[in-house]
Write a protein that binds this ligand. Sequence first.
Ligand code: HEC
Length: 110
Amino acid sequence: MSQSIPFARRQLGAALACVALIALPLCARADDTAKGKIIAKRWCASCHVVSSDQTKGNSDAPSFSSIADDKLTPKTLKAFLSYPHPKMPDMNLSRNEIGDLVAYIRTLAR
Ligand code: HEC
């Protein structure tokens, strides 16, 4: 009997760790504008001017600050980025990456 209490505790600890591991990615996650900027520079800057320190992009692609100025809601932007766009390659962005990108783009509004 004296052995069963620590065992039960260990079981409980393991169970809680499992719950935490499963729940973490599901918990509300704050969109990260710094990550969004990194993704934008890596994946979007070949066409879009994505930040004020970038001088040149593809003339067909609107700058991110002009996108930020358009009255697109975060929801519209997220929906746009969730599907491949004819002139844009399919980037296969995750929901978190899209959230970070949209949060970053919105910091550029003038
Ligand atoms: C290969 C070039 C290219 C790349 C790379 C690219 N885009 Fe685009 N994007 C375009 C072009 C061109 C348009 C304009 C499409 C049009 O007018 O039909 C556009 C349009 C958009 C729009 C819509 C703007 C509006 O007002 O409707 C958003 C938002 C956008 N891009 C975000 C992104 C993001 C975020 C990335 C990086 C993950 C990215 N783009 C990467 C070329 C690109």
